[in-house]
Design a protein around this ligand. Structure first.
Ligand SMILES: [Zn+2]
Ligand SMILES: [Zn+2]
Length: 511
């Protein structure tokens, strides 16, 4: 009796600990032995720190920092989601509203891994209101045909357009085939695994550089192989049909493939060419159920049997495709960031190459230092400098890189800072690209208007000297009045009958 009680208590305890271990390590499960790259970002921590910092900004920031931040916010584009004249208190309001809505609150990591076949696995740990997320998903533009209805508080669906399953519960989002228990990992992934098991870790990226290059190249090769096989099979079917037609029309039938005869008598528009330069011939008697055969792809029937490439592809010569052959020696790359600082490093398996890279690194660091000292007044430069207490080399074969120690009194998360810096770089670029695109569209409009006016002036005795949309529309010189994507107004400068120009009130004129 007592024995069985003890046993059941023991089993219960075991189950409990297993379960909590399972829960705590769910994100770790994206790392597998066949992973070739893993990214981890402690979104929960970043979210808490960000929320805290914004909330207490007024109390904790000194006047100088306050001015700098508010100044920086003023430079944000006016069409950002929070509206123009962005301030810290506006961000605080939005964040608190977001938090209180409790639809999606990050509680842990964002984990992304990619395996050799380039299939991703994603785990995002968050407190999620499944019903509200379901509503949101249903209203998404390409959600038609996908069932987002939660069952037992879990949404399961296939990601539209990708062969990936996804699952949203109130604890996490899981995309791809993520196993329930962590794998026994090989030596290669152990350091990474240990790193991301620590709650102090903010950001960890590790890439098997050569495997990634090889996988991408292989996938491209397979894709192009599949396309050329399809094209070759189509060729063979066309030639067979042409030969059959020829044999129906002519008394002297073709028993062999005779491309010249087929082209000469117009059964083929031109000689068929295999995309992989195979040569075509007949297998069997073409007058009696023979087939066309390619020296590389065999027959169309052979190709039909395979979904993917018909034959195993030759191993790719990766080195010949690299911009610099020395890159073949970089086996791993790492970015680690935790409370203490940050590490950026690569593992180079060839020592002479590693020494060459080391010299390059030293030169680049020297240049960066010079640039920093030139931009001394820049607020951003000063912030970056304040964040980092020390910069040192990582020079421990096979590793090479830099380690940045965070200033102890700076409560900025390096991981968060990186994301911030990346966003700061990406947003203006994105903005710039969009503005460029609008300008281009506007110039295209201007060319249309000028061309239409010139046509009008050739056809009509009373010429248009200024831009006048109405007669252009009436005479069908344009189908509709072009609209500047930024709401500029079109006019003209000079005499349009004599080399004048179309002008936009916002974008000016072409050239
Ligand atoms: Zn072929
Ligand atoms: Zn314009």
């Amino acid at each position: 009796m007592r024995k069985s009680l003890l046993a059941s208590v023991f089993i219960a305890a075991l189950l409990l600990t297993c379960q909590s271990a399972l829960y705590a390590s769910y994100g770790l499960n994206v790392i597998e032995n066949d992973s070739i790259g893993v990214i981890y970002f402690n979104l929960g921590k970043a979210y808490n720190v960000l929320r805290d910092q914004v909330k207490n900004f007024d109390k904790t920031a000194d006047t100088n920092t306050k001015n700098q931040v508010e100044e920086m916010l003023k430079t944000m584009p006016a069409d950002n989601p929070l509206g123009k004249d962005l301030t810290v208190s506006k961000i605080n309001e939005a964040l608190e509203k977001w938090h209180n809505d409790a639809v999606f609150i990050p509680t842990g990591g964002v984990w992304i891994s990619v395996s050799k076949d380039l299939q991703p696995k994603v785990v995002i740990e968050a407190q999620i209101n499944v019903n509200k997320i379901a509503e949101f998903l249903k209203s998404a533009p390409n959600a038609q045909g996908t069932n987002f209805e939660p069952k037992n508080n879990v949404i399961k669906f296939d990601v539209p357009g990708m062969a990936l399953s996804a699952e949203i519960s109130n604890e996490r989002i899981v995309v791809g085939n993520v196993s329930a228990t962590p794998q026994q990992l090989g030596e290669g992934w152990q350091p990474f695994y240990k790193r991301v098991s620590s709650p102090d870790q903010h950001l960890a990226i590790e890439l098997e550089v050569q495997s990634i290059i090889e996988s991408v190249l292989t996938l491209n090769q397979q894709r192009s192989a599949a396309t050329s096989e399809k094209a070759c099979a189509a060729n063979m079917r066309v030639m067979l049909a042409a030969t059959e037609m020829y044999n129906m029309d002519n008394e002297k039938m073709l028993h062999e493939l005779d491309m010249k005869a087929l082209v000469a008598d117009q059964y083929l528009k031109e000689a068929a060419v295999c995309p992989d330069s195979g040569t075509y011939s007949a297998r069997g008697d073409l007058a009696e159920n023979g087939e066309i055969c390619c020296s590389i792809h065999n027959t169309a029937a052979d190709l039909k049997k395979f979904d993917g490439p018909a034959k195993p592809q030759p191993k790719i010569d990766v080195v010949s495709q690299l911009p610099d052959p020395r890159l073949q020696h970089i086996v791993r790359a790492r970015i680690f960031a935790d409370t203490a600082g940050m590490l950026l490093a690569i593992a180079v398996k060839d020592e002479p190459t590693r020494q060459q890279f080391k010299e390059m690194l030293q030169q680049n660091l020297k240049m960066a230092e010079e640039q920093l000292s030139q931009n001394k007044g820049d607020a951003r430069v000063e912030t970056v400098k304040k964040m980092f207490a020390a910069l040192s080399h990582v020079d421990r074969a096979p590793w090479l890189g830099i380690s940045i120690k965070q200033s102890e009194n700076e409560q900025i998360l390096v991981g968060t800072a990186i994301v911030g810096v990346l966003a700061a770089i990406a947003i203006p670029n994105f903005q710039k690209a969009r503005l460029e695109a609008r300008k281009k569209a506007c110039f295209a409009n201007q060319r249309v208007l000028l061309g239409a006016t010139e046509m009008y002036n050739m056809d009509n005795e009373v010429m248009l000297k200024e831009l006048n949309i109405e007669p252009l529309l009436k005479g069908s010189y344009i189908r509709s009045a072009p609209v500047c994507p930024e709401g500029g107004v079109y006019g003209s400068s000079g005499n349009l009958a004599e080399g004048g120009k179309i002008e936009c009130s916002i974008h000016g004129s072409v050239d």
